[in-house]
Design a protein around this ligand. Sequence first.
Ligand code: IPE
Ligand code: IPE
Ligand code: MG
Length: 247
Amino acid sequence: MMERDLPEGLSADRLPEHVAFIMDGNGRWAKKRVMNRVKGHEKGAGAVRQVVETCTKFGIPYLTLYAFSTENWQRPKKEVDALMGLLTRFLRNERKKLVKNGVRLTAIGEIDRLPEEVRHELDLTMEETRSNARLTLCLALSYGSRSEMVAMVQKIAEGVKEGRIDAASVDEEMVSQHLFTREIPDPDLVIRTSGEMRLSNFLLWQSAYSEIFFTDTLWPDFTESEFASILKDYQGRERRFGKVLQP
Ligand code: IPE
Ligand code: IPE
Ligand code: MG
């Protein structure tokens, strides 16, 4: 039995197995305070620590965080460098705590596009946390659903060309198995902060039946109590998956 520490009003049996966050609004958080955007990203790292802790506390076994999109490479070099530096430091500083708290780190995205320093810290952290089982924390880095799907089509096409895959046997399960997310379940709940109501190229295949929640809160201001109230909202939703539920 997993140990859980749940707030009032949240029931243990209908918690999502996988929550995915589009962590948005760092720049606006900084702008409101007449600060550099990078300050917003730094503050956002605190909110990351918080949601990771909350998931372990509530007993949610999978958490995906959209940290950097394929489109984010088009931001000014200064900002991209700062984000990569922040990520490097985050992994270095959090590693021990992740190991201790039973968190297993994984990553999805075009990892080879990341700077050597980031890849090094990622590899070390993934290696040191690989046998952890309490929470799988998946970082989406240089991630984009469309590039993920292009890579999937290329891999399957290659298999067909080489005679390993019969074109007629391509099905949804095979497609899922050729995505970066092959080892993690589809998200039950996708949360986007900062008031933007779009998916911005995030888990398009995987979120086909996810519940979606948008909040105006800017990412650096996101708290455990707001997370708990979103989970309560989630527990009140009826997931029908296209069926008619019998009374
Ligand atoms: C989200 O915050 C972090 C990343 C996309 C890396 P933004 O940097 O997009 O913040 P806003 O949307 O400009 O406020
Ligand atoms: C989405 O946020 C990507 C991440 C949170 C990493 P963006 O700020 O990049 O998305 P848009 O530009 O508002 O769609
Ligand atoms: Mg944004």
